[in-house]
Design a protein around this ligand. Structure first.
Ligand code: RP5
Length: 194
């Protein structure tokens, strides 16, 4: 393990302890608690990066008044980015974006009937005027929404730029370490020398 890797691990541990006491900068909204098994990956990624965040279940069609209140007061409560995840006729991100000028990142949930294509199109196809930055369907989108939120915060808060740098260094190291998988078997995963 390199020194850089060790430092990245230490930072993650400290950040995990520190985050709950800080004022949230990012909100993770989801249309239903059934979305949590996907969106917990966004929360875990924000925790790894040390980004203070809050999680709320609010639906554009089941709790529209609560969503309006939440989104329209988000800026004055100190939030800087909102991640909104929904499935099916997924209008949560679009409605949220309509009620705040904060950047809204949409994560389409993988739906049972159409595998998330419905959620993707409902989230991504915003008419010009109210943008939603839409990520991939499901878990990759949840992780990338957190990383994107941290990158947005990083333009103002230097510590999140550094956290992303360390995250990437660790990620690259994990990929390179995967080459060890073939060690010990007859089929080596190492490239042949030319
Ligand atoms: C959407 O409907 C939610 O975001 C969820 O992805 C989907 C299904 O919700 P449940 O019926 O599981 O509550 O509003």
């Amino acid at each position: 393990m390199t020194r850089e890797h060790e430092k990245a691990k230490e930072t993650r541990t400290v950040n995990k302890l520190r985050t709950p006491n800080k004022k949230p900068l990012v909100a993770i909204l989801m249309g239903s608690k059934s979305d949590w098994q996907t969106m917990e990956h966004a929360a875990k990624t924000l925790e790894e990066l040390g980004v203070p965040h809050e999680v709320r279940v609010l639906s554009a069609h089941r709790t529209p008044d609560h969503l309006f209140e939440y989104a329209s007061t988000a800026e004055e409560r100190g939030l800087e980015v909102i991640i909104a995840a929904a499935g099916g006729a997924a209008h949560l991100a679009g409605v949220t974006a309509a009620k705040t000028i904060l950047p809204v990142l949409g994560v389409p949930m993988e739906s049972a009937s159409l595998k998330g294509l419905d959620s993707l199109l409902s989230t991504v196809q915003m008419p010009g005027g109210i943008p939603v930055g839409t990520l991939a369907i499901g878990k990759p989108g949840a992780i990338n929404a957190a990383l994107f939120a941290a990158a947005i915060l990083g333009t103002k808060h230097r510590e999140f730029r550094e956290a992303i740098r360390k995250y990437r260094a660790t990620q690259a190291e994990n990929v390179l370490n995967s080459s060890d998988l073939g060690r010990g078997s007859s089929a080596s995963a190492k490239p042949a020398k030319s």
